[in-house]
Structure formats: C-alpha cells, structure tokens
Design a protein. Structure first.
Length: 275
C-alpha cells in the first residue's frame, strides 16, 4: 500500500483527517514556485518587470505630460530687472582710507590748497582734470597762443607744484616770463629745464634747442651778450640750418666786438649779480 492508499483508508475508517507521518515530510518547494509564477503572470505590467539589471535600481517611468496639462500649471511671472545706484564718497588719494593716515592726508591736502592759492588757483575753481599736470601743460600752451601770459604762468606754476620734475612745464613758464619781460625768471626756468633734460638724446633735442634759444633771449635782453652767445652756439649745434639762429648769433657777436673796440665791453658777471 502506498502513501495515498494509506491516507484514503484512514479517511474511510472515520479516524478523521490526519497528517502524514513526520518521518516523510511533504515537499512544498514546487508549490511556492507555482504561486510565484502565477503572481508574476497576473501582474505582468511592464513597469514591474525590469528589462535589464540596471533597471532594477531605476524607478518606473512616468508618463509624459500633455500640452494641455502644462498650460494649466500656474507659474509666477518673471520679475522685471531693477537698477541700483551706488555712490561713493569722493577721495583725493588712490589708496583706501585709513584712520592711521587720516591726519597726514589732511595736512597734505592743506599744503596743496595753500600752494594752489599762492599760484593763483583756488580749490573751488579746480575740476578733477585740472589737477593733472599734462592738462595744465596744454592749458598753459593754449593761454600762450591767446596772449594770456599771466594765466599761462599760473597754469605752468600749478603744474610744477604737482610735477616738479617735468621739464616741459619749466620750459613753458620760461617762454611766458620772457614774453612778460620777466627776464631773470625766464633764464632761471630755462636753466632748470635744461638740468632736467638729461641725458642728452635725440628724443629731447627739440626741447633742449628751445631752452637755449629762450635763455639766450633772456641773457641778451639783460645785456649779458657773452652768455647769450654761448647759448646761441649750443643752439646752432642742435640746429645748424636755422637761419634765424645764425642771424642772432652773428648779431650778438657783432655787439660784443663793437663794445670791445669802443672799450665799453659789458661785464657779464656784474650784470648777472644785479639780476
């Protein structure tokens, strides 16, 4: 008698439903596999069945949103751009403001104001560009062309306060002083410009020529003909084809010769001391 026949006999005898003997356990592995297959076949949605091993770690793909659904979404309007105006406190120095240097800066500004006042400029009259030495140089040149020699002297003087090593400013002021018949000051400014025009190169040849011509004119009007002759000679070395220089040189040389013949040679050293 096999197991099934034994099961049926027990049922016929009315002994009730009894479990098979423990020595022979029932194998439920096939039943579990069948149940899993039934579940998978009943839930065969593509979203639950990954296509590859990579899809296991990815969520289900959401359906695309229709255009009508996009239009129904309430979006906030883009805020219009604005403009912010920022103003900074004006400052005379290019470095940041510091309390440790505030006293020195104020003292320097005070000295600058006094210097401008002495040379004919007030702070209230000056714009930012008027504190540029190059701008002042151009301003002086324009005033010279207009015949405003005093204004040119003021412009050049203020430029020299700002840039004392700029020879063009001394050269311009020497020309203005010579036009005003301030002969001694013209000679001094021309000499100062020559000292700054070093080394002697082709780039400053034109400025050196003008310095010698201006100083020669100042010496000649001071009756210092020998000193004037030396400057004319230096100028001719820089511009040997200048007919005006040749004429002035010969004229000055003739005056010296005439004075020597008449015994009225000018004592250049005494004239310079008087100047």
């Amino acid at each position: 008698m096999d197991k099934n026949e034994t099961w049926d006999v027990n049922k016929q005898e009315g002994e009730g439903e009894t479990c098979p003997p423990l020595s022979e356990p029932i194998d439920h592995s096939n039943d579990a596999d069948d149940a899993l297959n039934d579940y998978l076949s009943a839930n065969s949605d593509s979203a639950l069945q990954p296509n590859s091993s990579k899809d296991i770690f990815q969520g289900p793909t959401l359906p695309a949103m229709k255009s009508s659904q996009k239009e129904n979404i309430n979006t906030r309007p883009i805020r219009e751009p604005g403009k912010i105006t920022v103003s900074f406190t004006p400052r005379e120095f290019s470095t940041p403001s510091r309390e440790s240097t505030a006293a020195e800066e104020q003292e320097w500004l005070k000295k600058q104001a006094e210097a401008r006042k002495k040379c004919g400029f007030n702070d209230a009259d000056l714009r930012p560009e008027e504190r540029d030495p190059m701008w002042l140089l151009e301003k002086g040149e324009s005033l010279m062309k207009a015949g405003s020699y005093l204004g040119a002297v003021s412009a050049y003087s203020h430029g020299i306060k700002l840039a004392p090593k700029m020879p063009e400013l001394y050269l311009g002021r020497a020309e203005a002083h010579l036009s005003l018949k301030n002969l001694v000051k013209a000679v001094e400014d021309a000499s100062q410009a020559l000292e700054l025009l070093v080394p002697k190169v082709t780039g400053n040849k034109k400025e050196r020529l003008k310095c010698h011509m201006l100083r020669a004119g100042g010496f000649r009007n001071l009756n210092c003909f020998r000193e004037a002759l030396m400057d004319y000679k230096e100028a001719l070395q820089l511009d040997p084809n200048n007919d005006k220089l040749k004429e002035d040189f010969q004229s000055c040389e003739a005056i010296i010769y005439e004075r020597e013949q008449k015994g009225h040679e000018s004592d250049s050293d005494d004239n310079l001391k008087e100047c």
